[in-house]
Ligand binder design. Structure first.
Ligand SMILES: *Cc1c(COP(=O)(O)O)cnc(C)c1O
Ligand SMILES: [Zn+2]
Length: 445
């Protein structure tokens, strides 16, 4: 097997670097790096043969290929030795037809890709399995790495901590104090990470971790490290595979640091280059209106980009004012006839609640994507019979507090149009009967 991948500068400088070098930015111009695959080597298999190989491996227990990420190993990290793979069977998440919710929007072909149904409850697992595996190989080959560090809005630290614990590598996480949910805080604690709660926001944590990882022996796990995007790009490949190797018309994805939309584009690019797809989907990035620097730039035709100070939003994982991957995200949107939409706190909360009424339990970020979709439908950009996939990025169970406050009517600026509260009753059958039958009579459904 002669497949290979290397880092190259996203601004086009000539240098190439091995994936197991400790390097995060171009030494010549300081721009981000991206992973470049030897696509010609990958052409030694036909498109049909790649499809067959990926389908054979899909959702088996054969290690490591049963993982949604490592089932595509040749396209992700071909030079990684199998003995260094740190995997917990990530990926392979359900993609289901949201028939009833779609109907409320007038759509007939709406699908939800539940990337949060994963090991630590978010899509961050897909990238972290790759990053931690590469570090394990670096350590095995003698690199003096003592710990992997990240700044996080919650989900990255949970994923890093789990994969590090599984590999026996130390994890260090910098979190903005009081700005992540209890579930997100307790995950790295349970996995034994060193958790530093800093009196700042995510962008502040990011600045500190970038300095910290210049110290000897501390490796950076944030998404400026493009190893993670190689794992996350399997989301695009999985979606097409789950539709029998066809792309949907639209993909709607919530964006913060904008690594995931860049990864999505990279996945579709490779499918196109290797002939597994003949048509590109369109992509919509959905942002919270309180953390919307990409949306602002979009409304100016991407003439220039200005970072902002992101305000508090229920969609806490995308509360980012200075997204690290903004340039690659804009290039992705240009290739995928992309649009950017935003959602207010009320719009995201009501969209999440309305979807939950049709059987989901979506996180607030997915609420942002669903609210954006409703706007695209309303102005006719997304059409009634188009196939639409909404990327659900985390499990709603990590955001139970958001749900509780919604149903108690305690989210500021949100009226709660679908509140539901327990009916408290004594242990008395007559009262139970009156409550149940009375409710069924009032609301026949
Ligand atoms: C990280 C994250 C996002 C945003 O992904 P980016 O790559 O930062 O744009 C969205 N939703 C959830 C739940 C996340 O954890
Ligand atoms: Zn460069």
């Amino acid at each position: 097997m002669s497949y290979s991948a290397r880092f190259r500068c996203t601004a086009g400088c000539p240098g190439r670097y091995d994936l197991d070098e400790v390097i995060y930015a171009c030494p010549e111009c300081g721009e981000l790096l991206e992973v470049e695959h030897d696509v010609d080597a990958l052409r030694d298999r036909s498109a049909a043969s790649w499809m067959r190989l990926f389908d054979e491996r899909w959702m088996t227990t054969r290690w490591p290929h049963g993982s949604g990420v490592w089932g595509k190993k040749e396209w992700v990290a071909p030079q990684l030795r199998d003995e260094n793979i740190v995997s917990m069977a990530e990926g392979g998440t359900n993609l289901f037809w949201a028939e009833r919710y779609g109907a409320t929007l007038g759509l007939t072909d709406l699908w939800l890709k539940l990337c949060g149904n994963s090991h630590t409850g978010s899509f961050k697992d897909l990238g972290m399995t790759v990053l931690v595996s590469v570090v394990k190989q670096m350590v095995a080959d003698g690199a003096p790495i003592r710990a992997i560090a990240c700044a996080s809005t919650g989900d990255t630290s949970a994923a890093l901590s789990a994969y590090c614990a599984s590999a026996g590598i130390r994890a260090v996480v910098l979190l903005p104090k009081g700005k992540v949910t209890t579930a997100q805080l307790v995950q790295p604690l349970a996995n034994g990470a060193l958790v530093c709660a800093l009196d700042t926001d995510f962008d502040g944590c990011m600045a500190h971790v970038q300095r910290l990882t210049k110290e000897p022996g501390v490796y950076l796990a944030n998404s400026m490290n493009s190893l993670r995007l190689e794992g996350q790009k399997t989301i695009a490949i999985e979606i097409c595979q789950q539709f029998e190797w066809r792309a949907p018309d639209w993909v709607i994805i919530p964006g913060g640091n904008l690594g995931n939309v860049s990864a999505l584009g990279a996945g579709f690019d490779l499918l196109m280059e290797l002939g597994l797809l003949s048509q590109r989907p369109r992509i919509c990035v959905a942002q919270a209106a309180r953390a919307n620097p990409l949306y602002r730039a979009y409304t100016q035709g991407f003439e220039r980009f200005e970072s902002i100070t992101a305000e508090a939003t229920e969609a806490s994982a995308i509360r980012i004012g200075n997204p690290i991957s903004v340039r690659r995200a804009i290039r992705t949107l240009e290739r995928y006839d992309g649009v950017v939409e935003q959602a207010s706190e009320s719009e995201l909360a009501e969209a999440a609640a309305a979807a939950d009424r049709t059987g989901t339990f979506v996180c607030p970020h997915t609420g942002v994507a669903l609210a954006a979709l409703a706007k695209l439908v309303a102005r006719g950009e997304v059409q009634r019979h188009q196939k639409v996939v909404v990327i659900s990025t985390a499990s709603g169970l990590k955001f139970a507090d958001f749900k509780v406050r919604y149903h108690e009517g305690r989210i500021e600026g949100v009226k709660s149009q679908h509140p539901n509260q327990p009916v408290e009753l004594p242990s008395d059958y007559a009262e139970v009967r009156r409550a149940v039958l009375g409710s069924l009579d009032r609301d026949p459904g």
